[in-house]
Write a protein that binds this ligand. Structure first.
Ligand SMILES: [Zn+2]
Length: 254
């Protein structure tokens, strides 16, 4: 019963996340104004804003002009619902739940914005870091855990950016990635932060290999690092501890 409510709340938040990811990089206010169809500009009614269901009923088209609605809308809503449910199962009902819920929703928004614009806006990563820090402080040893995560995550990426700049005389990694690392570092601590960086680099390399195999390796088709980091951080939060424990067990044979 609780999980069903949490799932519905996640769907609704997912629809807000899509709006956020659409409006923030375009400089449209996301507090005022109703959502409108990007095709015809028709203001969307309550019925059009029902997550997933409205997409299925209208068969992925705007009710007013018939323009195709991107798959990302229902996809984002489902991802946010899944995050809400899995998070609730992990942390239970308490202060950490709304804080970490919001933290994850912001990461989903950052995933899309970086994919579309190669941009990780401070207006999302700064509040995200504060929310993550507040969540970490609800846990025992939270402050130390958060500080180490931030230092390892942001520090490592800053070091990489500096090294790349020295070698290539060009900017490889943006400051946005470094700030994003602070946002997930405070929540994850240093171990899961390292796991996040590893997962993102791994998926990025696999994606690059696929592109090369298909001889389509333009810079345009490479995935931005933030788009890889954001879901990697969420996955690490949910399953990282289990993975690391079984990995250590496999290596040490105990
Ligand atoms: Zn329309």
């Amino acid at each position: 019963m609780t999980l069903a409510l949490v799932a519905i709340l996640g769907l609704v938040m997912g629809s807000a996340v899509t709006a956020l990811a659409y409006r923030v990089p375009r400089g449209v206010s996301w507090i005022q104004g109703r959502s409108a169809c990007p095709g015809c500009g028709h203001t969307l009614g309550i019925l059009d804003l029902v997550p997933v269901l409205s997409f299925l009923v209208s068969r992925g088209r705007c009710r007013y002009c018939g323009v195709r609605i991107a798959w990302r809308y229902p996809l984002t809503e489902l991802a946010c619902a899944a995050w809400a449910v899995l998070l609730t199962r992990q942390v239970g009902l308490g202060w950490a739940l709304p804080l970490l819920g919001l933290w994850g929703f912001l990461l989903v928004a950052l995933f899309w914005i970086d994919l579309d614009y190669q941009l990780l806006p401070d207006v999302l990563t700064f509040p995200g870091t504060l929310i993550g820090l507040a969540a970490a402080l609800t846990l025992p040893h939270g402050a130390q855990h958060a500080m180490l995560g931030l230092l390892v995550g942001s520090g490592l990426l800053a070091l990489l950016a500096w090294g790349y700049f020295k070698l290539r005389k060009a900017e490889g990694m943006g400051g946005g990635d470094i700030k994003l690392a602070a946002m997930f570092g405070v929540v994850l601590g240093w171990k899961l932060t390292l796991l996040t960086l590893f997962l993102a680099a791994l998926v990025g390399s696999l994606w690059g290999a696929v592109l090369m195999a298909r001889r389509a390796g333009h810079a345009r088709t490479a995935l931005p690092f933030g788009t890889l980091l954001a879901p990697a951080a969420m996955v690490s939060f949910l399953w990282g501890d289990v993975w690391l424990t079984s990995y250590v067990r496999a290596v040490t044979g105990r």
